[in-house]
Each structure stands twice: as structure tokens, then as C-alpha cells.
Unconditional design. Structure first.
Length: 59
């Protein structure tokens, strides 16, 4: 069997590992959230939204 992802899934597959690494880096510091951490998380959320919008555009 040969499995190939649908076209719309490719942007998610290609970009998720980098976003996951950035997110996990923030999770290493379990202290109370700082303004810098919140800004970093907001940046990750924005990037994720862009990736999902790209996937939706393909569908």
C-alpha cells in the first residue's frame, strides 16, 4: 500500500514540527507566564492560523 496525504494536509505536515518545537520550548519554563512568553505564544498561534488558512484554501 502507498499512502499519500491529501494536498490540503501538506502545509500542516511541513510546518507543524517547527511550531511544535517552539511551543515545547515555552512549556519548559513552568513558571508563571510572562509577557514575553505570552507574546511568543501569540506568535505561534498566528503562524498556526496562517498554516490552517493555507490548508483551507487548498480544499
Amino acid at each position: 500500500m502507498d499512502f499519500k496525504p491529501n494536498e490540503w494536509f501538506v502545509p500542516i505536515v511541513n510546518n507543524y514540527p517547527q511550531l511544535e518545537q517552539e511551543y515545547l520550548r515555552l512549556e519548559l519554563n513552568k513558571k508563571t507566564a510572562t509577557k514575553a512568553q505570552n507574546m511568543s505564544l501569540e506568535s505561534i498561534n498566528t503562524q498556526w492560523l496562517r498554516i490552517v488558512q493555507d490548508a483551507i484554501a487548498i480544499v
